[in-house]
Design a binder for this molecule. Structure first.
Ligand code: SF4
Length: 426
């Protein structure tokens, strides 16, 4: 089959983690709407926030925010309860107008923000009330994308976790893959899982609400992204059983991820090898091209996407890079254990951020490549460091065999560019 499914010890699993709680530099959870709205074709995300929230989304993705964020802006100046009651009425009116104009909407997400949280606007109650008002045509759910203590990938986690209680119950056996991936990547994974012989594969989120997966005691689920801790817990509460695996990045990660599923569904090693042999070979060859640039280079991760630990594992084991610090906004031990087990022992790990202290460590380490947010990248480049924007890693298709080479290339490109700049005469 494969060499290393279900490894939950060794590597960095039991290693102490440096925990920091200070100023941090990350996008907020509203950013997730940029990829979620593309994935769920009959959903609408109504942000209840301020003009800052609208600007964030409009400038980041050109997303059309229907709700004028006047609720939050107006209410911040009105601290009395009467103001809140007005806000609820206004929200009802906006939603009614939106749904009358857009009969294609079947799922409506009310997305909370810093302003709506600060004034304690109860969006969960609003969602219940609006679901009653617009059932059965539309289901209204709420989640928070607030930037207070959250990072940008947590928006997806909050959204998917909000969907779990409403998923249909069922007793039949199915595999549920969790995480919003581009359709083309999801289709590749579906083909691999079908070739392995897994009869019923569902995805959360589904592309359309009428394809929502059933969940019950015979559902086994596996994450395709490491940042879905709340969704993981919500699925366990519904009786579904998790499958532990490294994240499907690179040839090794994808093989281990599939092998964990194969083991759970009693798929024999010969059949597994037959199905995976050719794509494994393609992935290895594609990664090898980038490894010529990456091998021996030192990499430093600032905490941004929560993809840092699986990526450090991929870059260390498949591209021969040396991670000199792997920072992550949150480290969910249970979910990341299979990846942590494969990160080289002794790699410094940090959780949370105190940006000034981390910048001191970065400068002392002087790595070849720094993965960080947009706000830090430009000043660090000005200091002579080579950087990679963390947010690109969630906007680019990077999962499974066929994307393994592209994933490695994302890290090789800035290093090649820097080398070319140094070579060019001026
Ligand atoms: Fe800014 Fe908060 Fe709105 Fe995000 S939710 S854009 S952090 S105000």
């Amino acid at each position: 089959m494969t060499e290393m499914p279900h490894i939950n010890s060794g590597g960095c699993v039991d290693q102490p983690i440096l925990r920091e709680r200070g100023q941090h530099e990350v996008f907020c959870g509203l950013t997730s709407i940029i990829w979620l709205h593309r994935k769920m074709q009959d959903a609408f995300f109504l942000v209840v926030g301020s003009r800052t929230c609208a600007h964030l989304l409009q400038s980041a993705a050109g997303v059309m925010i229907f709700a004028e964020p006047r609720f939050a802006t107006a209410i911040l100046e009105e601290t009395d309860l009467a103001g809140l009651a007005d806000a609820q009425d206004e929200l009802d009116r906006e939603v009614a107008r939106l749904l009358a104009r857009r009969p294609d909407i079947r799922q409506l997400f009310l997305v909370g923000s810093c302003p709506s949280e600060v004034i304690k606007l109860d969006l969960a109650r609003a969602a219940e009330r609006l679901t009653e008002a617009h059932a059965p045509h539309v289901r209204v759910l709420s989640w928070s994308g607030s930037g207070i203590e959250t990072t940008f990938t947590e928006g997806e986690d909050a959204c998917l976790a909000a969907m779990v209680p409403g998923l249909p119950r069922g007793d039949s056996s199915n595999l549920l893959v969790v995480g919003a991936l581009p359709d083309v990547v999801e289709d590749q994974a579906r083909r691999l899982l079908a070739d392995l012989g897994i009869a019923q594969v569902d995805w959360l989120p589904a592309r359309r609400s009428d394809a929502a997966p059933q969940v019950g005691p015979n559902t086994r689920f596996i994450l395709s992204q490491p940042f879905l801790g709340d969704t993981y817990a919500a699925l366990e509460r519904r009786g579904a059983r998790p499958i532990a695996a490294p994240m499907p990045f690179g040839e090794e990660g994808t093989t281990a991820w599939l092998a964990s599923i194969a083991q759970e569904f009693d798929i024999g090693p010969e059949h597994f090898a037959r199905v995976t042999e050719a794509p494994r070979e393609r992935a290895r060859a594609a990664v090898a091209r980038a490894t010529e640039t990456l091998a021996g280079k030192r990499i430093f991760f600032f905490p941004d996407s929560q993809l840092e630990i699986p990526l450090a594992r991929f870059l260390a084991r498949e591209c021969a890079m040396e991670p000199v610090e792997v920072g992550s906004p949150f480290i969910h031990r249970q979910i990341t254990a299979p990846d942590l087990a494969l990160v080289p022992e002794g790699t410094p790990l940090s959780e949370g951020q105190d940006v000034d202290l981390q910048l001191d460590r970065l400068r002392a380490a002087a790595p070849d490549l720094t993965v960080c947010g947009l706000g830090l990248a430009n000043p660090l480049e000005a200091e002579g460091l080579t950087t990679k924007w963390a947010i690109e890693l969630v906007f680019t298709p990077v999962h499974f065999y066929e994307q393994a080479g592209d994933l490695a290339e994302l890290f090789a490109r800035p290093l090649r560019r820097k080398a070319a700049l140094h070579l060019s005469p001026n």
